[in-house]
Ligand binder design. Sequence first.
Ligand SMILES: [Fe+2]
Ligand SMILES: [Fe+2]
Length: 201
Amino acid sequence: MGERSPLLHEDWHYVEHLDQPDMTVSDWSRLSVQRKIFYPEFQARAVLNLFESGKDEPTFGYQVNHYRHALQVATMMVRDQRSEEDIVVGLLHDIGFHACPERHGAFAAELLGSYVSEANVWMLRHHQVIGETKAADAPDHNEPMDFSRWENHEHFAWTLEFCQRYDERSMDPDFDAKDIDYFVPLIKEVFAYPGTQPDFS
Ligand SMILES: [Fe+2]
Ligand SMILES: [Fe+2]
């Protein structure tokens, strides 16, 4: 018999059936009860594991990798006395930077979308393009970005502030950033509540 993966708690039980179509009411109810405990306890750890996987990654030219960049952003936000939610959003804004580079803003927006404000979700999704100071599709990357299509959006100002105040100024190898341990309680707080599901229609 193959080895089972561990349960989060020793006094929990596995469901008896392997295939979902064969599961009984008691199987589903067991999954439901244990799942309600599992995510508030474990989701923050899963997010941290993902974040910490970038700790020793190389860069393609910046002097610090995206893990150190994120710690700098979050530390700057602590010094500015931003809200705990903003700090966690700042810490995780580039969490998909290497796994999903072309859509890393959307990656972070989906990760945090059930737990943070609409302003932060919009900021996460758009920071990767509004953060460009020069138009990436211009010859020689030398034309200023045209922000006119977003300028009247209610969350544009916060997004531009995040980009200009934090995101664009946080690649300094000499910056004295806080350790990840400082941010762990904040991450746990953000993910401690049941998230909302998106509209699948
Ligand atoms: Fe980014
Ligand atoms: Fe960034």
